[in-house]
Write a protein that binds this ligand. Sequence first.
Ligand code: PLP
Length: 462
Amino acid sequence: MRYVSTRGQAPALTFEEAMLTGLAHDGGLYVPAEVPVMGAAEISALAGLSYEEAAFRVMRPFIGESLADETLQRLVARAYRGFGHAARAPLVQLGANHFLLELFHGPTLAFKDFAMQLIGQLFQETLARRGQRVTIVGATSGDTGSAAIEAFRGLPNVDVFILFPEGRISEVQRRQMTTPTEDNVHALALAGDFDDCQARLKDMFNDHAFRDEVALAGVNSINWARVLAQVVYYFTAAVALGAPQRAVNFTVPTGNFGDIYAGSIARRMGLPIGRLVIATNLNDILHRALESGVYETRGVTPSISPSMDIQVSSNFERALFDAYGRDGAAVGQLMDELRDTGRFTISQGALETLREIFASGRASEEETRAEIARSFRETGRILCPHSAVGVKVARAHLGATPMVTLATAHPAKFPDAAEAACGTRPALPPRMADLFARPERLTRVANDLGALQALIRERRRR
Ligand SMILES: *Cc1c(COP(=O)(O)O)cnc(C)c1O
């Protein structure tokens, strides 16, 4: 299996190389040269398997020669053993033909653990075999960073630096990043918003000398291995509801478009997904783009669902690449236009292709709060604000096809928003109850590339 860049100018890589590289050298994102298809019998055979066995079968064809079967099985088993639920991604029913896929039973209580825990195992295995070390730098709107720190803490071949927008993440999110004591993890509070963090990260990757000097690696949601890990739960959920004989729709609380893009890969692999509904909060660039065909950045407005507070959705580039018939030059031009003017217009043909796969909706702050209250009233379940955006948007798309809304975080990660909306404060699971008693450790940094690079040079181990 080979991976190609969405901008068509970087060399094709193996799974292992694409994982270690993250962003391609031409600024693009890696995608599989072709998507393997699972037949109906193979999909049916996933029914009743453990999550780990289903994960192995779904991911195997994408990994090719990079790992032996037994190795992959061992790493998958290790990745998910720290989860607080035996099903890993349990499905519960919310109402008529509406289901919630709980993706928050991992160590940091958000769906990002599914990808990050696996990627931690994959990195350590690969680096140890190659006798290499890397410096992982990530930008987070809250959940990626804690998931990365949790996944890489203490690993001998990796140093981790996570940039987060100071003051714009929840206290639980911050504490999950600042309380691990291992000396290979560094939480960096940047004076700026999430897009500043993401921009500085891109700058570091585009500084090829620095990138090589510190062996920079990325585990942000643009990393292909992360997308791949997220494909699995679309299969387990759809099969539980009757796929491949029955089609299923999904609604996905969306920010950087990694999670929902994984759903589109599952669809291309042959899983009968009718529609993938993009649910955005008031930072609704994707919803506007799908409605109008114009992808246009505006400033980020902080919301009660901060992990979706983005201005630019990095992984959307992958969907554009497919919608433009895999024309890397065309995608490169759109991205240049975006950088220079803050907008681009999607061609009519590409827009129609996107609309065959994706629908979209937006929930205001008021609607999100109302949804938390309504779900609590009707089901006794407290939704995190991101999941509430999803459920609210999904309601407009309910029908004869079962709808699965992804619950992307545990409500206790955002207790203030939940309590303000429904009057009840969600509690942390007992295994994390002492989080507020642990001492914190963080470094404040300016929104400045040079300062960041100096800090990383100084702190990383050799
Ligand atoms: C990261 C995150 C999202 C957005 O996921 P993307 O893959 O970036 O679209 C939604 N909800 C929560 C809780 C998250 O942590």
